[in-house]
Design a protein around this ligand. Sequence first.
Ligand SMILES: Nc1nc2c(c(=O)[nH]1)N[C@@H](CN(C=O)c1ccc(C(=O)N[C@@H](CCC(=O)O)C(=O)O)cc1)CN2
Length: 287
Amino acid sequence: MAAELIDGKAIAAKVRGEVAEKVRAFQAAHGRAPGLAVVRVGHDPASEVYVRGKIKASGETGMVSEEHHLPEDASTSEVLAAVERLNADPKIDGILVQLPLPKQVDEQTVLDAIAPAKDVDGFHLINAGKLLSGRKDGVRACTPFGIMRLLREAGCDPAGKRAVVIGRSNIVGKPMALLLLEANATVTVCHSRTRDLAEEVARADIVVAAIGRPELVRGAWIREGAYVIDVGMNRLESGKLVGDVEFAAAAQRAAAITPVPGGVGPMTIAMLLSNTVDAANARIAAK
Ligand SMILES: Nc1nc2c(c(=O)[nH]1)N[C@@H](CN(C=O)c1ccc(C(=O)N[C@@H](CCC(=O)O)C(=O)O)cc1)CN2
């Protein structure tokens, strides 16, 4: 393997250490720890694991966290009621609603009900709009924000580079493209209707794959010396977890590449904690 491995676990641990420092300072200044509330609806097994990870990791930084678990058949109004209670709770600085939600719950209505200042996922319309309009004071979505940190730690400055983002979801692809643009990259967003994905990828200095299709991005497409970030998490029938990039072949050509697991995933949780302590400080500053 020629590429440097971008170790998401180690970088996430470093971010969590930085967060713990900020939590100690917040506690000393304000006599309480920042508070995070996680709303989970139903019994999605992956969500259960991720939420457990979020609660554990927040506790390890010294934050206070709580999980609010609603039944699988909860209505939109019931989820909204839980969010409204947390919006009004002065001890809670950050709120997130774990996705996906059961199909009867209107996801965007729920996300837009979270007070923008407590929206530590950065999915609220106001925070998405702030990113779109180049405002620095909004909350950034955790996965793309974490990817910007991974690039920085790998020594990649996106300015002037060609970046290709594969995937156009509201939680990864679109905010990723905007963050790269903010960092002065020349950004192309590709998706399922892109005519020649191989050709687009072959031109890219930075590739972010977030399309959710196992090893769709072939190693041979990767430009020599590119930075490759794999957001995909695809469980094969064999039980093996693979990304959206053909890892071994891509690693022969890339300058640096994230593994799956152990790349982007751990950063999602670390950046959530970072957003939460920042939200706690911003709420105090706004009083
Ligand atoms: N409200 C939100 N919902 C969801 C988000 C989000 O950011 N906010 N992102 C994903 C799930 N997610 C966090 O919520 C998440 C996914 C994966 C990982 C992770 O560390 N993955 C491991 C592999 C885990 C495995 O073996 O299955 C890794 O990549 O090393 C953390 C968080 C959707 N929902």
